[in-house]
Design a protein around this ligand. Structure first.
Ligand code: URA
Length: 437
């Protein structure tokens, strides 16, 4: 087979066969297909799509590029949550220890920041010593011992996604239904889950901006999950403004720890609790949202969820004292307030623009080899629906390098201010079944 012919075939909107997909992925991993040919193929897939059968073969190829974890001789329920990517989305850091405390085992294979969105692994790596690479046997041991572990794709597990994910990040090929399905479902299926709850983010800060595309992606997740015999529940959540107060890496860890201490941001709480409730219902631990909420609150109020988080950090090599002493995470050298220059009500905050702005001070990457500046980020003191006066601080930018003034100004521009009061909206747009997908 000739890679150029396969690129042309997809470019011309033809269907690739199972052996062709197998050839393209394996030869890329063997070094016989170049990065530029893979980039061209990814762009062709993004523009011309893949049908469900092709998506299934691609997912299978990703999974078979590495090992598949099996948790044997245990009664535990292995359920994970995955987000399609957002700005300020630190839900995994909060949700996984609470779920573990409620009796669910959470084997999480996560990703680094992609495009303008943040990544759970980058946030965790802001904790001194935290290891995101472990052997699969150690990963299994951690999940069985503490109910959760979060690691990256590796040479052992979905190596195809590890390489292709990094390439998509820098070639404008993230927003594709088949590529997102194969990337997300392969990681999850290979990690040995029984079921998965997906947080499908929709809006200006998400890869999926409209509900119709979101429904198509949800259908793809659901059908591919079913082909692999996995339960998949999908929640559509709003990403029209950043989640919580902090966007960055170490500052999002601090916000997550604060949450586990019972200091909730309303929007973050809504999304986290609903996703956790779906996990608890899927695991058969509770029957409804009310029971789930009581259980979650109890795990937070008792301090057990925070202890579980500290243990998780320690077991993965990080310094668990960060839960009591945030200074361990270090602080950015400079900070600049973002000052409102008009009065009114906040109608919208464009989280995509915030995500891109923060890349300029190192909170995300422009190219694969870029190093993250873990302390860089922004705290947003005003959110959608808030009334503001001229001179109010909308937020504060933290940075070590780059031009903080330009970033602060770009973040200010992402705020839309109107004269009329704005109703605060729910973060939950619907579920797979409520949308009748
Ligand atoms: N997260 C992933 O793991 N993969 C994608 O393609 C998008 C978000």
């Amino acid at each position: 087979m000739n890679p150029v012919q396969l690129i042309i075939k997809k470019r011309d909107k033809q269907r690739l066969t199972k052996p062709e997909i197998h050839f393209f992925i394996t030869e890329y991993l063997n070094g016989n297909i170049s990065e530029y040919q893979m980039s061209a193929m990814l762009m062709a897939i993004l523009l011309k799509g893949m049908d469900l059968e092709e998506t299934y073969w691609l997912t299978q190829e990703y999974i078979e590029s590495g090992e598949v974890i099996k948790f044997e001789n245990t009664n535990s329920r292995f359920i994970d949550k995955h987000s399609t990517g957002g700005v300020g989305d630190k839900v995994s850091l909060i949700l996984a220890p609470i779920a573990a405390e409620c009796g669910i085992s959470v084997p999480m294979i996560s990703g680094k920041g992609l495009g303008h969105t943040g990544g759970t692994l980058d946030k965790l790596e802001s904790i001194p010593g935290f290891q995101i690479q472990t052997s699969l046997s150690r990963f299994k041991e951690l999940v069985l011992k503490n109910g959760l572990a979060v690691i990256s794709q590796s040479k052992e597990i979905v190596p195809a996604d590890r390489r292709i994910y990094a390439l998509r990040d820098v070639t404008g090929t993230v927003e594709s239904i088949p590529l997102m399905t194969a990337s997300i479902m392969s990681k999850k299926i290979a990690s040995g889950i029984d079921g998965l709850v997906i947080d499908l983010k929709v809006g200006n800060g998400a890869f999926i901006r409209d509900i119709d595309t979101a429904k198509k992606l949800a259908e793809s997740f659901n059908k591919i999950g079913a082909r692999f015999g996995k339960k998949v529940e999908i929640l559509f959540t709003n990403m029209d403004s950043p989640l919580g107060t902090c966007v960055g890496n170490s500052i999002e860890v601090i916000e997550s720890v604060d949450f586990l201490k019972g200091n909730y941001q309303k929007d973050l709480k809504e999304v986290t609790f609903v996703l956790l409730s779906e996990m608890l219902i899927m695991a058969g631990i509770v029957r409804n949202y009310d029971k789930a909420e009581n259980m979650i609150l109890q795990k937070i109020k008792s301090g057990r969820a925070l202890q579980r988080f500290a243990k998780f950090v320690e077991l993965q090599g990080g310094n668990p004292d960060i839960v009591n002493d945030y200074s361990i995470l270090g602080e950015a050298e400079y900070s600049l307030p973002i000052i409102a220059d008009s009065e009114g009500y906040i109608k919208d905050i464009n989280s995509r623009e915030i995500g891109w702005a923060l890349i300029d001070i190192g909170a995300g990457r422009k190219k694969v080899s870029d190093k993250i500046d873990h302390q860089a980020g922004v705290k947003l003191y005003k959110k959608v629906g808030d009334k503001i006066s001229k001179g109010d601080a909308l937020g504060e930018v933290f940075y070590n390098k780059g031009n903080g003034k330009i970033v602060a100004n770009n973040i200010k521009k992402s705020y839309q201010i109107g004269a009329k009061p704005v109703q605060k909206r729910s973060m939950i747009l619907g579920t797979f079944s409520s949308f009748g997908v």
